[in-house]
Design a protein around this ligand. Structure first.
Ligand SMILES: *[C@@H]1O[C@H](CO)[C@@H](O)[C@H](O)[C@H]1NC(C)=O
Ligand SMILES: *[C@@H]1O[C@H](CO)[C@@H](O)[C@H](O)[C@H]1NC(C)=O
Ligand SMILES: *[C@@H]1O[C@H](CO)[C@@H](O)[C@H](O)[C@H]1NC(C)=O
Ligand SMILES: *[C@@H]1O[C@H](CO)[C@@H](O)[C@H](O)[C@H]1NC(C)=O
Length: 426
């Protein structure tokens, strides 16, 4: 009897001990988790404040979610995503970019922003959902405009009531879809006074309203190559936008007399020494002294020219004469479907570009490879630029070869600072 009681007592004590141990372990685990979360937040906060992403950035980042997500890259990897390809964007792709930008949102004559069709809305919804479900912090944005949707733009910026409508409508879109920002991509956008009024209004609205949403809404612009000699920033545009995607490609498109690399880093023919990424970025960087605001483009599409002839200048094999026949925009997939391939690319050392010229078929292919992307990524690092923008993520091959070449550890491990090399602007 006594024995029994004691045994029961012992068992009781043991149970109590176990419970205490469990509680102790739970407390430790909870503490550890909090410390880890705190460290993560600290890292993010320092990233945000270093890069001065927003003009009115408060010192603490918005904490809309209780579990902060990791950064996939300290640089900006802005992935433009379309709905042209059959294949939907994948989580793997989203985990390698920092901003997912759904392209070609439309704006009507009143200034109302929409996605035109149910199909496009579906693709956008799919993108949004997937972006939220990856463990990295991917900002989701829409790009308003694009080459085919820019016709109403001047009418909108000119009239105050249309500007207001556009601003209201943009904010409504962000809130309705719970996304992070807008990119303005107007073809031939001239940075005139009206455009600045629109940007100022948009910034003000996003900052004011963002406070109540506990969000730093993002504004970016996609900008045509500069008109050399004219300052781009008479209106203080850099204080209004978080970053600028520079359209550093298609330099020779208008002439249609030459087949060339899409986005040559250096070089040029026929006296066109400034028609390359290096000169374009020198212009922006030296005009503003804010290299971190700018992203250079990495085109993921392939351009095929037909009936291409001799090199324009001796030794510059990548720049060739062609008769001005329409060229074709292709993806790696459509190339395969048409029985063509772009393995064994030639390399042009001067412009750091890959290309293929086939003398028999007179076909010329312009495209990026791992090697040309490595040069662009190095260029961003060397010049303290903010990052790259990709046009388009969904045009990559099934192995994401190009995207993998972009978001390398070497590229992503440090963010840039607004420092310009001493003699760079002389
Ligand atoms: C960020 O902005 C603050 C205040 O405007 C400024 O003092 C600081 O130098 C900026 N930092 C960078 C890295 O540009
Ligand atoms: C919409 O998507 C469906 C299925 O993905 C496709 O069959 C259809 O052709 C698309 N419609 C338009 C107008 O693109
Ligand atoms: C790139 O631009 C910088 C600044 O203008 C210039 O000093 C440098 O020589 C250029 N690089 C090449 C390879 O042309
Ligand atoms: C690429 O080059 C290798 C080595 O020269 C050759 O064996 C292969 O057939 C080439 N591939 C194509 C598709 O031309």
């Amino acid at each position: 009897m006594l024995n029994n009681n004691r045994r029961r007592n012992d068992r009781c004590k043991n149970t109590v001990k176990v419970i205490f141990v469990l509680i102790f372990v739970a407390i430790i685990a909870f503490g550890l988790q909090q410390v880890l979360l705190y460290l993560l937040r600290l890292k993010q906060a320092s990233y945000l404040s270093n890069s001065n992403e927003t003009s009115t950035s408060t010192t603490t980042p918005a904490t809309t979610t209780s579990t902060p997500k990791l950064l996939s890259c300290e640089k900006r990897v802005v992935g433009f995503c379309s709905d042209r390809e059959q294949k939907e964007i994948t989580r793997v792709q989203l985990s390698k970019i920092t901003h997912a930008v759904f392209v070609n949102a439309e704006v009507d004559w009143e200034g109302v922003v929409t996605l035109s069709s149910a199909n496009r809305t579906n693709r956008f919804t799919d993108l949004k959902k997937k972006a939220k479900s990856v463990k990295f912090d991917v900002k989701v944005m829409i790009s308003i405009g694009g080459v085919e949707n820019s016709h109403e733009f001047n009418k909108i910026t000119k009239r105050e009531e249309k500007r207001e409508k556009f601003i209201e409508s943009s904010l409504e879109f962000l809130r309705k879809h719970n996304i992070d920002g807008v990119d303005l991509h107007w073809k031939d956008n001239t940075l005139d006074e009206n455009y600045m009024k629109l940007l100022k209004g948009l910034r003000q609205k996003f900052d004011d309203e963002g406070k109540s949403d506990n969000k730093n809404f993002i504004i970016s612009i996609t900008l045509a190559e500069p008109k050399f000699g004219i300052s781009m920033d008479p209106f203080g545009i850099l204080n209004l936008v978080d970053f600028i995607n520079v359209y550093s490609m298609d330099y020779y498109e208008q002439t249609s007399a030459f087949a060339t690399p899409i986005s040559p880093l250096y070089s040029g023919v026929r006296g066109r020494k400034n028609d390359n990424v290096n000169s374009t970025m020198k212009y922006f960087v030296c005009d503003t002294k804010k290299p971190t605001k700018f992203n250079i483009v990495i085109p993921f599409f392939v351009r095929l020219y037909g009936k291409v002839k001799d090199a324009v200048e001796e030794g510059k094999e990548a720049f060739r004469y062609y008769g001005g026949y329409p060229y074709k925009m292709m993806t790696r997939k459509t190339l395969r479907q048409e029985g063509m391939n772009i393995v064994n690319a030639s390399w042009d050392e001067e412009s750091k570009s890959s290309f293929i010229y086939n003398q028999e078929s007179e076909n010329y292919f312009a495209f990026e490879t791992k090697k040309s992307i490595a040069e662009k990524v190095k260029f961003v690092n060397d010049n303290n630029l903010g990052g790259v923008w990709i046009r388009m993520v969904d045009q990559d091959d099934d192995e994401n070869s190009l995207l993998n070449a972009v978001s390398t550890e070497e590229f992503c491990k440090t963010n840039s600072e607004d420092v310009v090399k001493n003699d760079y602007c002389d």
